[in-house]
Design a protein around this ligand. Structure first.
Ligand code: ADP
Ligand code: MG
Length: 338
């Protein structure tokens, strides 16, 4: 008799969770991405103890009916791709159908949701075990609370850093979510204190002002450019305000915040000698292109990306930013937001 056995689903979910759910900010990211994909225009995140005690995300998106509300916690359950062809044309932030199953495997989840038609429902899960499932009145949208993260994986819990560090990761993610979706009103509250609030007006410069301050927003230059395959636009700061870290450059590809060494290098190169040594610009680089040019299925967290025709894209960005920066010397910056 052989030695190989197939794992049961709770065990494989717990293993997958190790990749998807690294820390509270990973949960915030997955839940907020689901809320964005659900298509609403208001997303509120409430954290207690940096999310280690609880993470609550409320959206006014399309919600789910009772059947989907249960199914969404199964591994590989997704409404976002149906076949192999779709994998190359992804327009949503999610598609792997793994996040909720992974989160539920390592925490206690309480979710209320309604599609606005079939009446709402409430589902409670503890480490993959369904402990409650009942009809519950709720408006259209979803309200999900994840508490006691890593309660059943003590090794992971021990690895958590200080509240400040964990909170910092969530704030950073929320800032980027707001920058990538100026049309959505975001709110982040930690232990009752508000850390981020955007209006959802659709104005990117206004979001930059909400996050980096009105003074910085007044020093932003707008840039744009177009090539055969890509369209780029965004804002970059006048070279007289710089930062000691590259973290103030946000690269967005079709609404997804990604980490791209090549794109950030193109932006830095565009400033050429205007940047003091060891200083970096503040910039938001919004890249649009056909999804078939971008492969996001590189890592479960989807922050790494493979871009086709990357040299063409980087040249486009370098030229657009360079034009804005060179043209600004002595000229006024972007119009300050209202
Ligand atoms: P993925 O986002 O990759 O599809 P998830 O595990 O994150 O996988 O979510 C599974 C499914 O649950 C989604 O495809 C979606 O249909 C549904 N879902 C999750 N969160 C929400 C939400 N906030 N509003 C509406 N539907 C949701
Ligand atoms: Mg998802």
């Amino acid at each position: 008799m052989g030695h190989i056995v197939l794992m049961d689903e709770p065990l494989s979910n717990k293993i997958a969770a190790g990749e998807v759910v690294e820390r509270p900010a990973s949960v915030v990211k997955e839940l907020v991405e689901n809320a964005i994909d659900a298509g609403g225009n208001s997303i509120e995140v409430r954290l207690e103890e940096a999310g280690l005690t609880s993470i609550r995300v409320t959206d006014n998106g399309k919600g789910m009916d009772a059947e989907d509300a249960l199914l969404c916690f199964s591994r590989h359950a997704t409404s976002k791709i149906g076949n192999e062809h779709d994998l190359f044309r992804i327009r949503t932030l999610g598609f792997r159908g793994e996040a909720l199953a992974s989160i539920a495997a390592v925490s206690k989840v309480d979710m209320k949701t309604s599609d606005g038609e079939s009446g709402g429902c409430r589902i409670r899960i503890e480490g993959t075990r369904i402990i409650g499932q009942e009809p519950a009145a709720y408006r259209k949208g979803t309200d999900i609370t994840v508490s006691q993260l890593f309660f059943n994986t003590p090794a992971r819990l021990k690895y958590m850093k200080t509240i400040q560090t964990e909170l910092g990761h969530s704030i950073d993610y929320m800032n980027r979510a707001a920058l990538s979706h100026p049309g959505i009103a975001f709110r982040l509250i930690h232990n009752g204190q508000e850390h981020l609030r955007t209006s959802g007006s659709g104005n990117l410069l206004k979001v930059i002002s909400d996050i980096y301050g009105a003074g910085t927003a007044r020093k932003m230059l707008s840039f744009s450019g177009e090539s055969a395959d890509y369209e780029v636009s965004g804002y970059c700061a006048l070279p007289d305000i710089t930062r000691a870290s590259k973290n103030y450059m946000t690269v967005l590809v079709n609404g997804r915040w990604v980490k791209s060494f090549a794109v950030t290098k193109a932006v830095i190169d565009a400033y050429h000698t205007y940047l003091p040594i060891g200083r970096y610009p503040i910039a938001v680089i919004d890249i649009k292109g056909d999804p078939y040019l971008t492969d996001v299925n590189v890592h479960p967290a989807k922050q790494q990306i493979r871009l086709s025709k990357e040299p063409e894209l980087c040249a486009l960005i370098r030229d657009a930013v360079r034009r804005a920066v060179a043209g600004s010397i002595g000229a006024p910056a972007a119009k300050p937001p209202k």
